[in-house]
Write a protein that binds this ligand. Sequence first.
Ligand SMILES: [Zn+2]
Length: 312
Amino acid sequence: MNINAEKNYYKVLGVEKKAKAKSIKKRYRELAKKYHPDANQGSRKAEEIFKKISEAYEVLGNAKKRKAYDHLRANGAGTPRPQSRSQRRNYNDDFDFGRQYQRRGPRQEPGGEPSGSAGFQEEEAIDPSWPTRGFDLQFMVDVPFTLAALGGILPYTYEKYVLCPDCQGSGLNADEDPCEPCKGTQRIVQEVTLNVDIPSGVVNQYTLRIANEGGCGRNGGPPGDLMVKVCITPHPRFKKLKKDIYAEIPISAELAEKGGSLEVETLDSVQPIQVEDGTLTGEEYRIPGLGSTEPWGKKRGDFVIKFLITDS
Ligand SMILES: [Zn+2]
């Protein structure tokens, strides 16, 4: 694993920097027991804490890794230093901005916090000149029914932090003064359009994680990720059940009685079908291979017609 010297693992576990391996282990066990997801009925907060303490113990619980980590921190990375007021304000600005920013999206996840926020708070104590990862962004995105059923590209436009093109992310202009367009913050907000690859058969409310398409980082830090929560637009005539597509097709009483041919619109084609004589309301007609797929699947299910006999 990568040792992230920017994180204060001692603080996470609440142990002294000089703590003995034995007491670190003991402390970890206490915390792990307390925050284990099984003991917290799937609480997301507990799960997050559990992940953090596990990560911390993975390093501090291993003599070699702990030594490397201590060395990295002793040489600067992540050492908490007193910050000037302005530096601190920069951080808070960033944080607030990240929050507003989310609200500016088409729709915000109900009660959703920017996913980067939990990690971000921890970074407050870090020297502002160290690389920091960009924000993760999460948006709820309307996906047309047919696109979700068959997969395809959905161009999606959103705003995010990008490296300031004027100073190429240095924050300084040619005279080594703070760059004007980004005010020295290295980044500006820009509208971008991304071609999102919607997997065929994706289920409603599924969140696609698209690496590195979130906000750009600072001081050379990596970008955040983009989370796209798929909100499938209901179709006026079709319903999806696993990989099959169901459609109610009205036919006249005459056609039902005598039988005859009919053209039916499916997801991606128009199919001629033969209605049998004596067809009853609710009777099904299956066209194999014209349905949707399992999520990320290739093999298509059926297109199932349910006849609905009208009076006329
Ligand atoms: Zn700039």
